[in-house]
Write a protein that binds this ligand. Structure first.
Ligand SMILES: Cc1cc2nc3c(=O)[nH]c(=O)nc-3n(C[C@H](O)[C@H](O)[C@H](O)COP(=O)(O)OP(=O)(O)OC[C@H]3O[C@@H](n4cnc5c(N)ncnc54)[C@H](O)[C@@H]3O)c2cc1C
Length: 471
């Protein structure tokens, strides 16, 4: 039995801790805040309740696997998981388009797109997602399910998206996502594609075509809500950790990873105390530790440091949520876009005569002021301003307070292509016994990806460097 110290109690940290504890190790988590979950927060006021971090889960299989591997009760036994249908509504006010897409139905999506964008739009969209599936199939294991080894890193620098070639066109480089959208979809439908990718904090103008795997993932595996709020997922993972005897120390900020005789030996806490350990898992943005435990190649300034933050408005509305309201709406406007979440969940409102709505956006031009977000949200929620009782704003500074990531940066999922610029640091480091997990490590941020880091790091510690990845 080894002593394992985990830095942070975010989702990646807890997913790692539960798996290591079930393998018989003595696992202790050190969290600088007062609670678990990191970005997966909840705000409650006057009977209203809001998710302050992720509002939906894509790829629930990652957490299903975690629960199967760490205990008797399944994910569905521990949280009330519901697939969102329609999966998403897209509003493009400048094109007069307002379309709701059904969940996980390629045929249904094609029909809805034909109606909104004109005959043939659905076929073009699904053909593009078919190519995205090829990119997903080609890179799924090395990109998501296996530790990032040097050979795989080289291969993942190439864009796997099989972009349509134009006859006679000499291509010096693979097209960017924005170019793929323009050439293969065109016009408003292209804007819809780039808008979906933008919600991850990824810039379509520089992203590779492989970013099409993100809308592919959403359409294929669906969007899932946890009734009672997404915080319930963090609570379930925390409780699973407690069941497996993971020890949590809150209010314990880690300043440094101790290295003795060339290997990780424990933690130095901000109060000056030391914790001895045989292995250390860093599940926070490593840039905030003194002497960040990164390989030179992984510490490249481009990696992660440019991930944008988020701004979120929590809106308390008077009046009932209309039965026809869609759970998630993306409002795409020129130069700005916002996600509007309207869960049909009594746990989010004081009574049926009120509604809780969350509006979020990648922080930047056109979305840095609450008024700008309200204006976008009005395109999705009729009579919004008249119904508004009060609102709260969550800025990147609030995200920084919750996660410790400088500037409130939210790391996107790792992507293949773009010369490896969107890959994340490997889970192993140059220091034996020191591992990286959570959204800042391979395979990147977002609930499912950070959850996957748990399987990878636990596999590397339990099975050793020869670990080939989760099955
Ligand atoms: C506003 C917002 C919206 C998001 N929307 C989505 C979404 O729609 N879909 C999606 O999949 N993902 C979304 N994400 C991202 C997702 O929430 C995270 O990627 C995921 O929760 C994984 O987080 P993590 O494991 O990297 O830990 P984090 O959530 O980053 O938590 C890190 C933890 O470590 C602690 N910590 C930091 N430094 C130290 C230290 N020095 N010592 C001790 N403890 C420390 C922090 O207090 C925190 O508890 C969103 C995030 C935010 C902020």
């Amino acid at each position: 039995m080894a002593r394992i110290a985990v830095i942070g109690a975010g989702m990646g940290a807890m997913a790692t801790a539960a798996r290591l504890a079930v393998a018989g190790h003595q696992v202790a988590v050190y969290e600088r805040g007062a609670t678990y979950g990191g970005a997966v927060g909840r705000y409650e006021r006057e009977g209203f309740a809001f998710d302050t971090g992720p509002g939906l889960l894509h790829l629930p299989a990652v957490y299903r696997d975690l629960f199967v591997k760490t205990g008797k009760r399944s994910l569905e036994d521990c949280v009330d998981l519901a697939q969102v249908d329609p999966a998403v509504r897209h509003v493009l006010p400048h094109h007069g388009i307002d379309v709701a897409l059904p969940g996980a139905s390629h045929g249904g999506v094609a029909g809805a797109l034909d109606t909104a964008f004109g005959q043939g739009a659905g076929e073009r969209w699904n053909a593009l997602l078919g190519r995205a599936r090829d990119a997903w199939d080609a890179t799924r294991r090395p990109l998501l399910e296996e530790p990032l080894r040097d050979g795989a890193r080289q291969a993942l620098c190439e864009d796997p998206y099989p972009a349509l070639r134009r006859a006679g066109l000499f291509r010096r480089r693979p097209p960017t996502l924005a170019e793929v959208a323009d050439r293969e979809l065109g016009g408003a439908l292209g804007e819809l594609l780039t808008g979906v990718v933008r919600t991850y904090g990824i810039d379509p103008a520089t992203a590779p075509g492989s970013a099409t795997v993100l809308p592919y993932m959403e359409q294929t595996f669906g969007s899932w809500y946890v009734r009672g709020g997404m915080r319930a997922l963090a609570t379930a993972v925390y409780e699973r950790c407690l069941e497996r005897k993971v020890a949590f120390t809150f209010g314990a900020e880690v300043r440094e990873v101790l290295v003795r005789d060339g290997r990780a030996a424990g933690l130095l806490l901000a109060d000056g105390s030391e914790v001895a350990a045989d292995h250390v898992v860093c599940a926070v943005d490593p840039r905030q530790l003194s002497a960040p435990p990164l390989r030179p190649a992984d510490a490249a300034p481009a990696r992660g440091s440019q991930a944008p933050g988020r701004i979120t408005l929590l809106l308390a509305l008077r009046g009932a949520r209309p039965a026809t309201a869609v759970h998630r709406t993306l409002v795409h406007a020129p130069g700005a876009q916002a996600t509007v979440l309207r869960p049909d969940d009594p746990a989010t409102r004081p009574d049926a005569e009120h509604e809780a709505v969350t509006v979020s956006a990648v922080y930047g031009p056109g979305t840095s002021e609450p008024g700008e977000l309200l204006e976008l949200a009005e395109k999705a929620v009729q009579g919004l301003r008249e119904r508004l009782l009060w609102h709260e704003v969550r800025t990147p500074a609030d995200v920084e307070a919750a996660t410790g990531a400088p500037g409130g940066a939210v790391p996107p999922p790792a992507l293949a292509g773009a010369g490896g610029r969107l890959l994340r640091p490997a889970n192993t480091t140059d220091v034996p016994g020191l591992y990286l997990a959570g959204g800042w490590a391979h395979p990147g941020g977002g609930l499912p990806h950070a959850g996957m880091t748990g399987a990878l790091v636990a596999g590397l510690i339990v099975e050793g460097a020869e670990f080939r990845g989760s099955q």
